[in-house]
Design a binder for this molecule. Structure first.
Ligand SMILES: [Zn+2]
Length: 348
């Protein structure tokens, strides 16, 4: 298999081409370091300006999508300790959170004195959603370049819920702990508006409708959410911010920092997640269907940004979970009555 000589993207990645030196088209398009540094400074300045304008105006300054993984834990620590924000951390428990990650969430929110709220849709609803996500063709290849179908379903649920809560509870900012490989720098700070949110929500609603009917409609935005609120000074639509895209990012620093909060790395979540038991299974299914690793895009980004060496990236992508773990997850997914028939042939 041909792999880019600069990053880690393979020849099976959609739309990829290589130059004479074996460098991929994504690396060729990547901006020079100096330009990236300038962009990073610009986004940091924008972030500071928004904090100055919005901090302290509402009961909560911001929501954080809190999975309990190392990156969102680090983001939580930064926002609370460095930037002094009043936060509401929100976890969507998708039924496959590692018990150690649950303990980490309790330790960290306790130590940092953070308000925290967890949502857990019904077990059968979730199992059906994930099982069908793997076999029904509901996501465009652009979405699957960056994450498995299971991750897409889970993230759509999280994103919709956070926007809904931010509008209903009047919280002006939403933060995500995406790594610099997951979040493009150019969209690391942006203001949402009614038209943008409606478009996003329509896409989510269409895929959820196919996958699960209306069983998750409580998590989605309704018509009234898109109306402006005349009692608000500006409007009611939140900023969405991915701070790790423009702040310094190093796995070593992050693990040290979250360790001081009692965060312990779970051993049951595979090499690409620090909270999710389902991830390895989702990865195996994705590789089988699409012939590239669903984390290749993120890891290629981290390698290009200098946050990871190429050999570390290649090693991360080549590690495979053990069969017993995959079998355990497959059985857990199959345990949902309605999902059983959708799991046939999965994870073998
Ligand atoms: Zn490349």
């Amino acid at each position: 298999m041909k792999i880019c000589t600069t990053c880690v993207l393979p020849e099976t990645f959609p739309g990829i081409t290589f130059d004479d030196q074996g460098r991929c088209s994504y690396c060729s398009k990547h901006d020079k370091t100096e330009k990236r540094d300038n962009q990073r400074d610009r986004f940091y300045a924008k972030f500071q300006e928004i904090l100055q304008r919005l901090k302290g105006k509402d009961p909560y300054d911001a929501l954080l999508a809190y999975s309990g993984g190392k990156d969102s834990t680090y983001t939580l620590k930064l926002l609370k300790e460095t930037y002094g924000l009043k936060l509401l951390a929100i976890t969507v428990d998708h039924g496959f959170v590692s018990p150690k990650a649950v303990k980490n969430i309790q330790n960290v929110t306790g130590r940092l004195d953070i308000d925290h709220c967890a949502f857990r849709p019904g077990t059968d609803t979730l199992r059906t959603l994930f099982s069908r996500s793997m076999v029904m063709d509901v996501y465009p290849i652009k979405a699957l370049e960056r994450a498995s179908a299971i991750c897409n379903s889970c993230m759509n649920l999280v994103k919709s819920l956070l926007i809904k809560i931010s509008i209903e509870m009047r919280v002006p900012m939403i933060f995500y702990g995406w790594s610099p490989g997951q979040a493009p720098l150019r969209s690391s700070v942006f203001k949402t508006n009614a038209a943008m949110l409606r478009k996003m929500q329509e896409a989510v609603s269409v895929s959820f409708e196919k996958l699960i009917g209306d069983r998750l409609s409580a998590y989605l935005l309704k018509d009234h959410h898109f109306k402006t609120d005349p009692s608000r000074e500006s409007d009611r639509f939140p900023y969405i911010i991915h701070p790790l895209a423009f702040l310094d990012y190093s796995e070593e620093t992050i693990l040290d920092a979250v360790g001081t909060l009692g965060w312990i790395p779970p051993e049951d979540t595979g090499s690409n997640s620090s909270n999710c038991l389902l991830n390895d299974f989702a990865i195996e299914m994705h590789i089988k269907q699409h012939r590239f690793h669903p984390y290749a895009f993120e890891i290629a980004g981290l390698v290009r940004e200098g946050c990871m060496t190429r050999s570390e990236g290649l090693e991360r992508l080549s590690s495979r979970p053990d069969a017993a773990h995959l079998d355990y997850i497959k059985k857990k997914l199959e345990a949902g009555a309605e999902s059983r028939s959708f799991c046939k042939g999965a994870g073998k």
